[in-house]
Write a protein that binds this ligand. Structure first.
Ligand code: NAD
Length: 371
């Protein structure tokens, strides 16, 4: 309970100086992802692919209470010394990609967290499941619906968890949006408007190569809008229509640059969404109901998050890294059976189905495509 108490004290203090912050109601307090006190057991995790996101996760995990980073998998031997020094890790828990299966015999590793380029998620999830280790896999979970289905089946067969790195489901602003929608405070949801993107740099990076990335902006960051429209409405889309704007056909020869799409839901609500790899300052999730609204912006990046509702400015803890909330939260689900937010492989698959439908619609000149 310590983290929740600390947080409540912090919010109580800020409420004195921030006039728009209202006191936390018990329902709001319930939004906070609660982590148990340091457990007798911790979820011991190795990161697979020690690139820039892995480094962020490792940094965030220094503050975790029940998830613990214990090692890594890398093809670059120099990273072993660097990482073990920087994060205080035992060199015995580091592996090369070709030694990956040796993790099976290491009793000090419970889970692998795959932070490799997108097209490698499928292979490493299947290999990890075979070893009987839990899998946390970065988004997008795969580069096709078929791969996603195989990953879910493999983890089910091995009786291990498959979670997708949907960190926002443990993040207070997002959780509050979901809570407000679920509690009926927003009334009937009428519309969602969401966008996310950035200007991609290095033209030689794997993100611009179809074989490694699977797709462009849509797969990488548009997925936040898809997931966001789903948690903002609480519904699953039944159709999409989409178009791509390509203003730089040389840089974005292999992958999509800027995509605009609509997602239609069974209630009749339509979410209007866009994503890009070619400009900055583009990040929002706006959900409007008959009784109120929530607008988050920034809504998807590492924060600090900001938001407002029909009641005023939102003010939640922005001091903790998202990945600290996420990793303790995931460990709590695995070790203590806490209810899982929408982070399962099946949730990742739902997003992959929408992504495939969007690409189909683009190829069909913007026609409506069923999801
Ligand atoms: P990165 O390029 O910084 O790291 C990729 C790592 O994979 C590197 O260590 C690289 O050496 C290794 N690798 C192994 N084989 C490779 C190959 N054939 N080609 C290229 N690299 C290879 O990328 P990143 O930004 O860390 O992204 C990794 C994954 O994390 C992606 O799936 C991405 O979508 C995801 N990600 C998620 C978030 C989030 O907020 N959840 C943020 C950033 C990235």
């Amino acid at each position: 309970m310590k983290s929740r108490r600390d947080f409540l004290l912090k919010i109580g203090g800020s409420a004195l100086t921030l006039p728009l912050v209202s006191a936390l109601t018990p329902a709001q307090a319930a939004v906070l992802p609660e982590t148990s006190p340091v457990a007798d057991k911790q979820l011991r995790v190795v990161l697979v692919g020690l690139g820039s996101y892995a480094e962020r996760v490792a940094t965030a995990m220094k503050d975790c209470k029940i998830a613990k980073l214990v090692g890594g998998v890398t093809g670059t031997p120099e990273k072993v010394g660097k990482w073990s020094d920087k994060f205080g890790l035992d060199k015995a828990n580091f592996y090369d990609y070709k030694d990956f299966e040796k993790i099976k015999d290491n009793p000090n590793i419970d889970a692998v967290y795959i932070t490799l380029p997108n097209s490698m998620h499928h292979e490493y999830t299947l290999r990890a499941a075979k070893m009987g280790k839990h899998v946390i896999c970065e988004k997008p979970m795969s580069v096709s619906v078929k791969q996603a289905q195989e990953m879910i089946a493999a983890c089910k067969k091995a009786n291990v968890k498959l979670y997708i790195g949907y960190r926002l489901h443990f993040e207070p602003y997002t959780r509050e949006l979901i809570r407000m929608r679920e509690s009926g405070e927003l009334g009937k949801i009428m519309h969602v408007n969401t966008y996310d993107g950035f200007k991609s740099g290095n033209p030689n990076q794997w993100r611009l190569k179809k074989a490694l990335a699977g797709g462009g902006a849509l797969m990488d960051v548009g997925i936040y809008c898809i997931n966001g429209a789903r948690y903002a409405t609480g519904e699953e889309p039944i159709w999409v229509s989409a178009e791509e704007a390509k203003t730089d056909p040389i840089k974005f020869k292999e992958v999509d640059e800027t995509v605009t799409w609509q997602m239609g839901f069974p209630s009749g609500v339509i979410a209007s969404c866009s994503t890009t790899y070619n400009f900055n300052n583009f990040e929002r999730l706006y959900v409007i109901g008959e009784k109120g609204f929530v607008e988050l912006g920034p809504a998807f990046g590492y924060g600090p998050m900001k938001g407002r509702t029909h009641k005023g400015e939102m003010s939640w803890d922005t001091t903790k890294m998202h990945q600290t909330w996420q990793m303790d939260g995931m460990a709590d689900c695995i070790l203590n059976g806490k209810p899982e937010p929408n982070i399962s492989g099946e949730e990742g698959l739902k997003d992959m189905k929408v992504i495939e439908a969007i690409y189909k619609s683009i190829a069909a000149g913007g026609k409506k495509v069923p999801v």
